[in-house]
Design a protein around this ligand. Structure first.
Ligand SMILES: *Cc1c(COP(=O)(O)O)cnc(C)c1O
Length: 346
């Protein structure tokens, strides 16, 4: 038995229940991009759907189609990656919700929908200051007009207006919200009948009720990954633990069967992991092995936790990440797809 990422379904569902109650009456959209932050998109989507979640944020087409296969009819699956014409055609065939962030992408969606006799469900994105993607405020009226003209033609439904916050400061986010609300108001004045407006991801959805729209796009917190440098969150627990077996004991080191090829950053050397003998430091990482300080009675087959919920004194993915100057998401997302994912019986 090699290393595995052990997934706790009950915890994922509990985190989802806690967030839903916390953001109500806003709806919770569970974000499953990046293979559900390394946890596995199908697993996460199935569990969330069983919990009653009917909205998912998939980012790209491939992830959206994986979610479509495992969720009930009527589930809304939101994508926001820039798509080719072929991808748009497939997205329309699977009734995905398209986040559109530029005039030329909007034109492309209109063109593909018209050519295929489909009706595209579009959420138009305003650039509220992040400058990553999004229609600039000065181009907004024209983009809305294009969408509404396509709506009259029956090939598009302008269902939403959305944006994304930088979360660099409360003042920046407040300024973004003003731009966002202005764009929503303009769209409505132009005749848009929006089903939804959305602006916030995990941190702002949790901490800043006044920024929430009718829906909150939450990824990290569903998986119990708190913000780096942020406080622990009441009721939110890590959903995954990364465990590796002891392969052998070599005098001054215990050797675990996990290494950098499994996705562990080699910069983790010096961090602590949870062993049956308590917390021990990682001495060194090779491509396939992780050498750890020994503990009395260590033997092959012992289970060591690289990260988890602290039950063996180990760090969470986030505290581990903070020690090497990154975020918990990065630790999880980097884990190799070949690493076994195992759902825990609890
Ligand atoms: C990743 C992402 C989210 C979710 O962010 P978290 O901080 O993980 O909750 C929401 N919206 C967009 C557009 C994203 O890219």
């Amino acid at each position: 038995m090699g290393a595995s990422l052990v997934l706790d379904s009950a915890r994922l569902r509990e985190n989802i229940r806690v967030q839903r109650a916390h953001v109500a009456p806003s709806e919770l959209m569970v974000v499953v991009k990046d293979d559900a932050y390394g946890h596995g998109a199908e697993w996460a989507a199935r569990e969330a759907a069983a919990e009653g979640v009917r909205g998912f944020g998939a980012y790209d087409l491939a992830t959206a189609l994986r979610v479509r296969r495992v969720t009930p009819r009527g589930t809304r699956i939101f994508t926001w990656a820039r798509m080719t014409a072929d991808e748009i055609r497939e997205a329309l065939a699977h009734e995905l919700d398209l986040g559109v962030g530029s005039a030329d992408q909007l034109d492309e969606v209109v063109r593909v929908a018209r050519a295929n006799g489909a009706t595209a469900r579009v959420h138009l994105k305003i650039d509220s200051g992040l400058h990553r993607n999004g229609v600039r405020p000065e181009d907004w009226a024209e983009a809305v007009a294009t969408a509404l003209a396509a709506e009259r033609e029956g090939i598009l439904r302008l269902v939403g207006v959305w944006s994304h916050l930088s979360e660099t400061s409360a003042a920046d986010d407040d300024a973004s919200q003003r731009i966002f609300l202005d764009a929503v108001a303009q769209a409505r004045e132009a005749g848009a009948e929006l089903e939804t407006v959305h602006l916030t991801a995990s941190a702002a959805s949790w901490e800043r009720a006044e920024l929430r729209g009718s829906l909150c796009r939450v990824g990290a917190f569903c998986y119990g990954i708190r913000s780096a440098g942020g406080a622990e969150l009441p009721g939110i627990v890590p959903v995954a633990r990364l465990v590796a077996p002891v392969e052998r004991v070599e005098g001054d080191a215990v050797v675990l069967g996990i290494g950098s090829l499994d996705g562990l950053p080699s910069t983790l050397a010096g961090s602590e992991v949870g062993t049956p003998g308590g917390r021990r430091r990682i001495l060194r990482l090779t491509e396939t092995e992780c050498l750890v300080e020994p503990w009395p009675g260590a033997r092959a087959g012992d289970e060591v936790r690289i990260f988890g919920d602290g039950a063996l004194g180990e760090h969470s993915a986030t505290t581990l990440a903070e020690r090497i100057g990154t975020v918990g998401e990065e630790i999880l997302v980097r884990l190799s797809p070949q690493l076994r994912r195992e759902v825990s019986e609890r």
